[in-house]
Design a protein around this ligand. Structure first.
Ligand SMILES: [Zn+2]
Length: 126
């Protein structure tokens, strides 16, 4: 049985979810995931890009209380990165196809357990 790593807080768990997404859902550009204390309009997260990278920004105030919601949000934002087409806003069908594929792998496959195989860079939560 392979070694697993146990996250102690939501930030550590999200590291594992992101590592899992990297392996299961290729993106045209590297994805940088970062936390902010909060986001405008009380959003959970937002995804932007420049010419070199995607940036997924997660709201700590909105997500700190629920690992399930945080993981779901990462899968959602990752699907945006994986299906991003220039200047096509919102949630086109290809977004839902990728989000659904990832979500099924995560929930019905062994994704949530597989993610525990990824080492964690320890972070103190605030
Ligand atoms: Zn979205």
């Amino acid at each position: 049985m392979a070694r697993t790593y146990r996250a102690r807080n939501v930030k550590e768990r999200v590291q594992q979810t992101v590592a899992w997404c990297r392996e299961h859902s290729p993106t045209a550009l590297p994805v940088v995931v970062r936390w902010q204390p909060s986001l405008p309009c009380r959003s959970y997260a937002e995804t932007t890009r420049d010419s070199r990278r995607f940036y997924v920004t997660l709201s700590f105030s909105r997500l700190r209380g629920s690992w399930v919601l945080a993981n779901d949000t990462v899968l959602h934002e990752w699907a945006h990165c994986a299906t991003w087409l220039d200047h096509r806003p919102g949630h086109p069908p290809e977004f839902w196809a990728e989000y659904g594929r990832l979500y099924a792998l995560w929930c019905d496959g062994d994704g949530a357990d597989e993610a525990k195989l990824y080492p964690i860079r320890r972070v103190r939560i605030r």
